[in-house]
Design a protein around this ligand. Structure first.
Ligand code: ME8
Length: 512
């Protein structure tokens, strides 16, 4: 059986969940659902990143102990996944015992393999990014502040620290990228990373003594692990690391795909595979970096007060509509802009007037003229066959786009079929056939119902609730909704009673 392991980044609990977090989680959910429909055994992981100075400071600001604080905020991220209808199989917190064990085992392995040594770190550190920067990467402001490329302010740090011998892994990383050309996606990110590694890697400070909110370094009570080493390890602690012989680990690790925003690709595509190779574990199969969302053309930031609350989007436009918009609006990997106008346009033209209207017209004609049962068809005309063939050919093309994370192209391919079905219904005009040729009317309505069945099957990963509602209206049994049923071998059965049709994709109603 094919397996598929997909992960979101584990989110920092210093923040309220916003559209960016929702975007990554939804994209992973769509992929997980698509792979399950394709018959793969899937493991979908999300979670929260709870250690480090940034979290410690946020807890202090909230007047709470770090663990009490992280318990509260972590729950918000768990709740968001539920609100987004995400089908994650597990949720990991870096404060859990299973994770601590995995991190310490990984550390021991790195020490045993000679990749960690004790030294002294003096250099720049950005708490907001929890990242070290070389001086030549920084810009000095008029007020002598040192600013990282991400915009985060850096502070000078000098302390005893354990180092990971990252400098020794450059050539092996380049060799790995070369042998695995699809490891970093999209290709623009791959080029950036290759350039970065070619420019030479410095050893990486992987422990801190100045803070205590972290996972203790084994046998070294003064040090806690660098929060990124701790955080990245979540992807294997959830599979039971260090037990790499377990079925779960062997089943899923070779198929691992990490999805994240482009801001944190370096951690995933450079540090993480180096840590893993040094510990004798194969790197994941793929890391995919998506773009960033802006709000009405502006960078999203707390200080600008323009953070988009996913709960508000759900309330204003509907959950499935929001899921659809985020994955349809921009190619996955590119930056995207959220605007109310474009959200409403997609909701009305693609959904209400597109698939919604096609399904409602077809199903009400069937309810009125075919005694509310799947009509029987007679011989298919050339036009019927043309549309049916397009429908049965769609799943293969759709899957190809999905397998390369081209969500917008996958959706485009469905909408091409919807347009073809719209043209067909207009030219065949089943409403007038009612008076002239009942048999032909039934055949046309059968063809349309079949096409809507295929469309609904393919829409399931993106809009699970709405696609389910459509499949229910076609009385498609729940065990006949996987992609293997999206062919002409599993057509609707004539005479099957259908429930009374109701609209599934409402037009936008301005919030009161
Ligand atoms: O970086 N547009 O956590 P984080 C799109 N804990 N995506 C966005 C976004 C935006 N405007 N803002 C945030 C961390 N994201 C670490 C990860 S993983 C081992 C540790 C998404 O809470 C995007 O996926 O800052 C980004 O990578 C993630 O939120 C960062 O979440």
């Amino acid at each position: 059986m094919r397996t598929f392991y997909i992960t979101t980044p584990i989110y920092y609990v210093n923040d309220i969940p916003h559209i960016g977090h929702a975007y990554t989680s939804i994209a992973c959910d769509v992929m997980a659902r698509f792979k399950r429909l394709s018959g793969d055994k899937v493991f979908f992981l999300s979670g929260t990143d709870e250690h480090g100075l940034k979290i410690k400071k946020s807890a202090e600001k909230a007047g709470m102990e770090p663990l009490e604080f992280t318990n509260q905020v972590s729950q918000r991220f768990r709740d968001l996944l539920t609100a987004l209808n995400c089908s994650n199989d597990d949720f990991i917190r870096t404060t859990e015992v299973r994770h601590k064990k995995a991190c310490q085992a990984l550390w021991d392995k790195l020490v045993a393999n000679g990749d960690i040594y004790l030294g002294k770190y003096s250099g720049w550190y950005a708490v907001r990014d929890e990242a070290y920067y070389a001086e030549d990467e920084l810009t000095k402001t008029a007020g002598s502040k040192m600013i990282a490329p991400s915009g985060a302010e850096c502070e000078w740090v000098e302390e005893e620290s354990y180092f990971f011998k990252l400098s020794a892994w450059g050539d092996r990383l380049l060799d790995f990228y070369e042998k695995n050309p699809d490891f970093i996606k999209p290709v623009t990110r791959r080029n950036e990373i290759v350039q970065f590694v070619k420019s030479g890697l410095h050893d990486l400070s992987v422990s801190r003594t100045a803070i205590s909110w972290g996972i203790p370094v084994p046998n070294e009570s003064r040090h806690v692990m660098y929060v990124w080493l701790d955080a990245l390890t979540n992807y294997i602690s959830a599979l039971g690391y260090p037990d790499i012989e377990s079925e779960k680990f062997k089943d899923f690790w070779p198929s691992a795909v990490h999805v994240m925003g482009k801001d944190i690709i370096r951690f995933h595509a450079v540090y993480w595979p180096a840590f893993l190779m040094a510990a004798g574990v194969a790197p994941p199969k793929k890391v995919f970096a998506h773009g960033w969302w802006t709000n009405e053309g502006q960078k999203i930031s707390k200080s600008l007060g323009n953070v988009i609350d996913p709960y508000e989007l759900i309330a204003d436009y509907g959950l499935d509509q929001m899921r659809y918009f985020l994955l349809r609006e921009v190619p996955f990997g590119n930056d995207g802009d959220f605007s109310k106008d474009s959200m409403i346009r997609r909701m009305n033209s693609d959904l209400a007037n597109g698939i919604g209207n096609l399904a409602q017209r077809t199903l009400s004609l069937i309810a009125k003229n075919c005694e509310g049962k799947v009509p029987a068809h007679s011989d298919f005309s050339e036009q019927d066959n043309k549309l049916l063939h397009a429908a049965y050919a769609l799943p293969a093309m759709f899957s190809e786009h999905m397998n390369s994370f081209a969500f917008n192209k996958a959706l485009d391919s469905i909408w091409e079929l919807i347009s073809a079905a719209d043209r067909y219904i207009d030219s065949e005009a089943p409403w007038s056939l009612k008076k002239t040729d009942i048999t032909r009317m039934q055949t046309v309505l059968f063809v349309l119902a079949e096409v809507i069945r295929i469309i609904s099957l393919l829409l399931q990963p993106f809009m699970p609730t709405s696609a389910d509602a459509l499949l229910n209206q076609l009385s498609v049994p729940s065990d006949k909704r996987s992609l293997e049923h999206a062919s002409g071998k599993h057509v609707l059965t004539a005479g099957t009673p259908l429930p009374a049709p109701t609209g599934v994709f409402p037009r936008f109603n301005p919030p009161k």
